[in-house]
Write a protein that binds this ligand. Structure first.
Ligand code: TLP
Length: 341
């Protein structure tokens, strides 16, 4: 099988498995796990923040951020198709008791003036705007990079209004790698950030949230409340640290494979590519083939290729560590054969 469903499907490398095997561990709820501590310190430094917290998943990281920043009844501004709104089972409303205020972005980037206009005035009728969320890269915008200039404009507005900014940076490593800039190019324009170790970097489990010392202290308590305080967590933190230190450079390969895939697929009659490929995601529009995305992905599956539906006529392909250039060429050939028959 060539599995292009997501960059979450990667298997840990030999080095990651060895890191788990050799991890020095302790009870992380007592703050005594050396591998977790090293991972948190390394991540905080890379992200340009005072402190960091190891959490089990991107969803848990985003939820802890919202819980820590907000109170029930608050409103959170976010892009209309952001993961926090679209793919987290309504968690911000279920757990933090906040309501989302969604703004349609262009390639994942919200218009700063619309953000400013959406901030609530001080009036008894209105919820308080207590957080602005930005997603970078933006998943449903096809891995689009939200420019740091856009983040800067939103952050300036947020600061003027004393509202914190949280970045869902599940794939921020892809953005930094694609532009050849440090992560701080983006994180300088937010108060808190969540990054996933288990996506492009290929670690088996885990995410990091980073922010000020005071924020992380509060976030640690929310993690505990949610049952996310783990004990000998170094077993999973050590492969995460390996991924953080060694797997960022190779993301360029995934980006090249994504371009190759999009060029190959777009040369096939009746298939069009719906996104500009900035990073590792390719979105194909299949309606001109006279089939739905679900029909298309089930035909692909029979040929040994996995992709996910991304709407009634859209199919997402995601490149990653476990997909080679050969796999991409094979995928293009299989899709061509399928379309031509
Ligand atoms: N995205 C997954 C699915 O949940 C859709 C995927 O296959 O792309 N933020 C962003 C931008 C994400 O894309 C994801 C995962 C998350 C957060 C959540 O991360 P996990 O899966 O670790 O909870």
């Amino acid at each position: 099988m060539i599995d292009l469903r997501s960059d979450t499907v990667t298997k840990p490398t030999k080095e990651m498995r060895e890191a788990a095997l050799n991890a020095r561990v302790g009870d992380d709820v007592y703050g005594e796990d050396p591998a977790v501590n090293e991972l948190e310190q390394t991540a905080a430094k890379l992200l340009g923040k005072e402190a960091a917290l190891f959490v089990t998943s991107g969803t848990q990281g985003n939820q802890i951020a919202v819980l820590t920043h907000c109170n029930p009844g608050n409103e959170v501004i976010m892009e209309a198709e952001s993961h926090i709104f679209y793919y987290e089972s309504g968690a911000i409303s279920a757990f933090a008791g906040v309501q989302p205020r969604t703004l349609k972005g262009i390639r994942g980037a919200m218009d700063p003036l619309e953000v400013e206009g959406a901030i609530r005035e001080d009036d008894q009728h209105f919820p308080e705007t207590s957080l602005i969320c930005i997603e970078n890269t933006h998943n449903r915008a096809g891995g689009a990079i939200v420019p740091s200039s856009n983040m800067k404009e939103i952050y300036t507005i947020a600061q003027k209004n004393h509202i914190p900014v949280h970045v869902d940076g599940a794939r921020l490593f892809n953005a930094a790698s694609a532009l050849g800039v440090p992560l701080t190019e983006f994180t300088q324009y937010c108060d808190t950030v969540q990054v996933c170790l288990s996506k492009g970097l290929g670690a088996p489990v885990g995410s990091i949230i980073a922010g000020s010392e005071a924020f992380i202290k509060k976030a640690r308590k929310w993690r505990k409340r949610l049952g996310g305080g783990l004990r000998q967590a170094g077993i999973i933190a050590a492969p995460g640290l390996y991924a953080l230190n060694h797997m960022r450079e190779r993301l360029a390969e995934d980006h090249k494979n994504a371009v190759l895939l999009s060029e190959g697929l777009s040369s096939i009659p009746s298939l069009t590519i719906a996104n500009n490929v900035d990073t590792n995601i390719v979105v194909a529009e299949v309606s001109a083939l006279g089939m739905t995305s679900a029909e298309f992905t089930s035909l692909l599956k029979k040929e040994g290729i996995l992709a996910v539906t991304f709407g009634p006529s859209l199919v997402r392909f995601t490149t990653h560590l476990d997909v080679s250039k050969d796999d991409i060429e094979k995928t293009i050939a299989v899709v061509r054969k399928l379309v031509e028959s």
